[in-house]
Design a protein around this ligand. Structure first.
Ligand code: MLT
Length: 408
């Protein structure tokens, strides 16, 4: 069975003006303080603030790192979740997330290592009360990457939440982290976001082992590993090509389909030639060369100028992609079948989502695809390009949330 997440109670705290810098953002020192206060609050609602004093032990912080993922401003209400990630005899580690209550976006994450010290300053055992409070076993933290062996490929996957499953399939040349902000508000669902073979942190099989069928078979095997029998599948662009293949091969596992910024047609002859050129570029100059070529096509002009953190995230995903995996994906896309004839056979609830400024797959393609799928609905999100779920995560999440709710 897949390791369950067993977090201690959440606490909620408001951001005050004195937590913020001159520009109104929560500042670094304040975040350290807020994470620390959240830990004491957790202790207060758990075994009580006196738990350490009672056992004449003090949890000394040996190391603490904070990663900022979004801005937070005065008045924001943040929910702090705490998970034990390591438990030794005298030390333990905690992972904390601060999530904006209003929209579920994670604004910061902290990892801290504690050593319990006694009155003489020597390491002493973690108090039993504290062990019992956290449970004896450290848990896989919410959203933490796991590595599962799937069809002989070590596959990185984030699994978050409980409930019916929804599988998120990323595009090219991206990875599972592209869904990070979109999935946060979709509580009540088990959100599964893997790195496809050869991408992100997953293993990179050698050439010849990449096709839409291989990707779809990987996903079915991953779901079997996670004991998921039925799922909603949501794919962006190349992830959509894979989702369409998945529906053909594993119809009985599909509860509903979400296709974002994708198309049903196969590559044109010019498109195929473009794939070969891109593969040569990557082979010659590495993944970094792709970032400059692709960024202006993937993001809308407004995202490019106004969302530096999204630009940076996309660049990081592209430059971190293994060359063999990129070439494998380019081959798989070049050789992918035309899914147009099978659209009218899709008999699961389907949502098509795209960005009004998608330069790679114009809005008309999405509308035509939705028209060909019986009963499909199509939503066009403004101020978004080809990476709509990253550029407009709140709006996209809302549209997806409403679709999921209607599934009953
Ligand atoms: C993607 O975002 O997955 C790619 O743009 C798909 C493609 O190149 O056809």
């Amino acid at each position: 069975m897949f390791t369950a997440v067993t977090s201690v109670p959440s606490v909620v705290m408001r951001v005050y003006p004195d937590d913020c810098d001159a520009f109104g953002h929560v500042n670094q020192a304040a975040f350290l303080r807020m994470f620390e206060r959240a830990r004491w609050e957790v202790l207060a609602v758990g075994p009580g603030m006196e738990a350490f004093r009672r056992s004449k032990t003090w949890p000394a912080v040996r190391k603490s790192t904070v990663e900022y993922t979004a801005e937070a401003f005065p008045g924001d209400v943040l929910q702090y979740d705490t998970t034990l990630t390591h438990l030794g005899r005298t030390s333990f580690s905690l992972h904390q997330t601060a999530r904006r209550e209003a929209d579920g976006v994670i604004v910061a994450e902290a990892d801290s290592v504690f050593v319990c010290v006694g009155e003489t300053g020597r390491p002493s055992a973690v108090p039993v009360e504290i062990r019992n409070f956290f449970g004896t076993r450290p848990s896989v933290r919410a959203g933490a990457v796991q590595h599962l062996l799937v069809r002989d490929v070590a596959t990185a996957v984030d699994v978050q939440g409980d409930g019916p499953a929804i599988l998120f399939v990323h595009g090219f040349p991206l990875d599972r982290t592209m869904w990070r902000h979109l999935v946060a508000p979709l509580t009540g669902w088990q959100r599964i976001a893997p790195d496809l073979r050869g991408m992100g942190l997953s293993d990179v099989p050698q050439s010849g082992r990449y096709s839409m069928a291989e990707y779809a078979d990987d996903l079915a095997a991953l779901l079997a590993k996670l004991e998921v029998e039925e799922t909603v599948i949501c794919g962006l662009s190349m992830g959509g090509y894979i989702a369409l293949e998945f529906v053909r091969r594993y119809r009985s596992m599909v509860r509903a389909l979400i296709l974002t910024n994708t198309r049903a047609e196969a590559d044109t002859p010019e498109g195929k030639a473009g794939r070969d050129e891109m593969a040569q570029l990557v082979e010659r100059e590495g993944a970094g060369a792709l970032a400059d070529v692709l960024l202006p096509k993937l993001l809308s002009p407004s995202s490019l100028s106004a969302m530096p953190q999204v630009v940076e995230h996309v660049r990081t995903m592209i430059t971190g992609s293994p060359v063999a995996g990129l070439i494998g994906a380019l081959t798989a896309m070049k050789d992918r079948p035309d899914s147009t004839p099978s659209l009218q056979q899709i008999d699961v609830p389907t949502l098509v989502v795209t960005g009004r400024e998608d330069l790679l797959i114009p809005v008309e393609h999405s509308r035509t695809m939705a028209d060909a799928i019986p009963g499909a609905q199509c939503t066009v999100i403004p101020e978004a390009g080809h990476l709509t779920p990253m550029e407009q995560p709140i709006a996209t999440s809302r549209v997806i949330g409403e679709f999921l709710e209607a599934l009953g």
